[in-house]
Design a protein around this ligand. Structure first.
Ligand code: NAD
Length: 446
């Protein structure tokens, strides 16, 4: 059993904290946002994540505690994980939250008077842990990494929407340490994850593994979108059929001896759509491109991955404009505001530029998401649109419906539109509906 403190109780910090408590560790989460802290302390979760409320309630006040004090948390633990945000500031990764946390943790370990391990869980560009993080911790503590305290990187691979399950059943655990002692402490923390491959390496390699993983996923998405647009431009080709043929490759579909076939989950990133969003892929690929360019390396391919992604909303708008013969005065329902299903995270959601462009073109917009309406409404403050709590209300009297997020609930759409005398155009931005299921259907890659 380890005693762990975690700085930052956001998606990663809170999920990590309650899941480590579930695994038998004692956890103290430090959160600087008073309202978030209050919510967590009262046993509620500040964001939607399946399974998290149950785990929080089970461990809150027991093996899991939340506090505002870094000192208190560090002194009551043997290891501190930094899980604060690392946004992209437009030209480089913004490490200000990480470095501020280092200052606080550094001055806390100074007074602790015993060996402590500091681990960066936030996604940071390669070289950060052994560079600026080490410098700030040493300056604030007056101690030496590797001698007086341990230092490592332990990137997180959980996916929002299934974060608890991902954390408790990871596909890999990546631990990077500056020395054997740090690696030993980290390995002990994850000892309860039997059978999971553990990659033991140095901190910079661990950091790079995270970026390479996210960049590969983003690349596959932009690749699929480019192919899909060519299918549409050529005509007579459905990108869905094309990808079905691509997926059948033995590289992507494993056949067992009994004639069964299992598609590699990565194939889901070979589906065309409205583009990637969220708090990770756009900012991480941007940060890596900037990191390369600061070192004189033009990351030409990843630059294009981002450029293709930025152009997705305009592609959706152009297709709607063509289908509706102009957008001015048209009523459009935008379905799906979260950047992906099963979360209420709207950060970098492709729905937002689509909504803004529709409003700019003079369309009337009704937006609907099964759970993200309130968060989206705050994020889109000042944008004049209507929100519908129910799917049926969102699609009432509209000229077009555009599906931006693949929520399972939207499968009910064909039944809702069935009896309409003037059926709306359905633009399926995720290709989730059967194309014959509605009277007027169009979609990405058609
Ligand atoms: P988040 O914004 O949801 O959470 C960060 C939290 O840290 C916030 O609640 C903030 O108030 C708190 N915080 C910041 N500085 C603090 C300090 N000094 N003391 C106490 N609290 C502090 O961010 P997130 O989505 O959890 O991401 C955290 C990191 O994990 C990022 O680097 C991100 O790239 C990475 N990551 C995120 C995901 C994901 O799906 N969200 C997945 C893998 C990795």
């Amino acid at each position: 059993m380890s005693r762990v403190s975690i700085i930052g109780a956001g998606y990663v910090g809170l999920v990590t904290g309650v899941c480590l408590a579930e695994k038998g560790h004692d956890v103290l989460c430090v959160e600087m946002d008073p309202s978030k802290l209050e919510t967590i302390r009262s046993g509620r979760t500040p964001f939607h994540e399946a399974g998290l409320p149950e785990l929080l309630q089970r461990h809150s006040g027991g093996r899991f505690t939340a506090t505002a004090s870094v000192d208190e948390a560090v002194h009551a633990s043997d290891m501190t994980m930094i899980a604060v945000g690392t946004p992209f500031d437009g030209s480089a990764i913004d490490l200000s939250f990480v470095l501020r946390a280092c200052d606080e943790v550094g001055s806390a370990i100074k007074g602790a008077g015993r060996y402590h391990v500091v681990v960066v869980k936030s996604t940071v560009v390669p070289g950060t842990t052994v560079g600026p993080v080490r410098e700030r911790l040493e300056a604030a503590s007056g101690l030496h990494a590797g001698k007086d305290f341990g230092l490592g990187a332990n990137p997180e691979f959980l996916t929002e929407g299934r974060a608890v399950d991902d954390f408790l059943h990871p596909d890999r655990i990546v631990i990077g340490g500056i020395d054997e002692r740090t690696l030993r402490v980290l390995a002990e923390l994850y000892a309860g994850f039997a059978g999971v491959p553990v990659i033991r390496t140095n901190p910079s390699t661990a950091e790079m593994i995270k970026y390479a993983s996210n960049s590969l996923l983003a690349t596959m998405i932009s690749f699929s979108n480019e192919i899909a647009d060519l299918c549409s431009a050529v005509g007579g080709i459905d990108a869905l059929d094309v990808m079905r043929g691509v997926h059948a490759s033995a590289y992507l579909t494993v056949r067992d001896g009994a004639g069964g076939a299992v598609q590699a989950p990565i194939a889901s990133f070979l589906e065309a759509g409205c583009g990637f969003g969220g708090s990770c892929l756009p900012k991480d690929v941007s940060a890596l491109v900037a990191h390369g360019s600061a070192r004189g390396l033009d990351m030409a391919m990843l630059r294009q991955v981002l450029a293709i992604n930025r152009a997705r909303p305009a592609h959706v708008i152009a297709r709607l404009e063509r289908g509706l013969r102009g957008l001015s005065g048209k009523h459009v329902a935008v379905l799906g505001l979260a950047f992906k299903p099963d979360t209420d995270d709207v950060r970098e959601s492709p729905a937002f530029p689509i909504i803004r462009d529709l409003v700019d073109a003079g369309a009337r917009v009704t937006a609907h998401d099964p759970i993200a309406n309130p968060v989206a409404q705050r994020a889109l403050d000042g944008v004049a649109i209507e929100y519908a709590d129910a799917l049926a209300d969102a699609v009432r009297d509209v000229d077009a419906v555009v599906i931006v997020t693949r929520w399972k609930q939207f499968e009910a759409l064909p039944a809702l539109l069935k009896q309409r005398p003037n059926p709306p155009l359905v633009f399926d931005g995720r290709r989730m509906l059967d194309r014959g299921a509605v009277a007027r259907y169009d979609g990405i890659g058609l």
